[in-house]
Design a protein around this ligand. Structure first.
Ligand SMILES: [Zn+2]
Length: 292
């Protein structure tokens, strides 16, 4: 998403958040303030370091004074390249190690051309790094916090992961506890009767990269088999009970990336399936007035 005019220090443009998320994903840490949407010294320092690494700036200790359109184009390009290290995703194949009890009864299988979407989820729990711990999860892919990609079902199997979006979609579960809206811990889903409330987790770079890699891989795999993936959705769009699924951080990092880079669509501001909820403005600044 390139910008038209330079963003000066102190800016609070929606693009600042995107640039911050891209910098973090690319390894230019923002340890103090994170992706807070404000263009401060920490972000400008990381951005300057990025420009030097790209040969777009002579090495210097001085921070840039603004983020420029050329700089954002370079960020977009580097960020897109993260997930396009080829379609050879490093997948841990667990498809033959469990009984596939999460398959749809009414429509267990589908032909490749019926696969048109990807749905992103957060687990809202901690499943962990052991592949066997994922066997009961009714979904095609699990992404661990360390960035392992675990495949549980064939793409041509229909799994019970996303209510009314099950039939056209491939599902990805991203392990962890994510706030519905970053910076608002009260939007983290909490199980009942916990003595100490959970605190939202961050989105580790390795896990974000793995999620982007598998989205690209799914798009390529479906295309190679005569279909075309055209959409990406948050689970929230197909279930009112999944308000925070997958949350703004995952959606902005992976969902918006897939729209900007792979040309996928989220269905638009009013799109829902069944009793789902629209994508809120807090997740996507285009959708002014859509409530969380
Ligand atoms: Zn979900």
């Amino acid at each position: 998403m390139p910008i038209q005019n330079p963003l000066k220090k102190g800016s609070r443009d929606p693009y600042v958040t995107i640039a911050q998320q891209q910098l973090i994903a690319l390894g230019y840490g923002l340890p103090r303030f994170g992706a807070d949407g404000e263009l401060g010294d920490e972000t400008l320092f990381a951005y300057g370091t990025f420009l030097v690494s790209q040969g777009l700036r002579a090495p210097t200790d001085e921070r840039p004074k603004s983020i420029t359109p050329a700089g954002t184009a370079a960020l977009d390009k580097a960020f897109a390249a993260l997930a396009q290290g080829g379609s050879t995703a490093n997948i841990i194949d667990e498809r033959h190690n469990h009984p596939h009890s999460g398959r749809s009864v009414s429509m267990p299988y589908r032909p490749w051309p019926k696969i048109t979407a990807v749905v992103l989820h957060q687990t809202a729990t901690k499943i962990g790094e052991k592949p066997a711990s994922w066997h009961g999860v009714p979904i095609h892919f699990g992404i661990t916090r360390a960035g392992k990609i675990i495949q549980l079902y064939d793409l041509t199997e229909v799994c019970n992961h996303a209510n009314g979006l099950n039939r056209p979609s491939v599902g990805i579960e991203i392990d962890g506890w994510y706030a519905g809206i970053e910076g608002r811990p009260e939007t983290l889903w909490q199980p009942k009767n916990l003595s100490t409330p959970r605190q939202p987790m961050n989105f580790p770079t390795a896990q974000a990269e793995a999620a982007m890699t598998i989205v690209q891989w799914i798009v390529n795999a479906v295309a190679a088999n005569g279909g075309r993936v055209t959409h990406i959705h948050p689970h929230r769009q197909s279930s009112k009970d999944r308000q925070s699924d997958p949350g703004s951080l995952i959606w902005q990092t992976v969902g918006l990336w897939a729209q900007n880079t792979l040309g996928l669509s989220d269905g638009g501001a009013a799109f829902t399936v069944g009793n789902g909820r629209t994508i809120p403005e807090a997740w996507d600044a285009r959708y002014t007035g859509n409530r969380y």
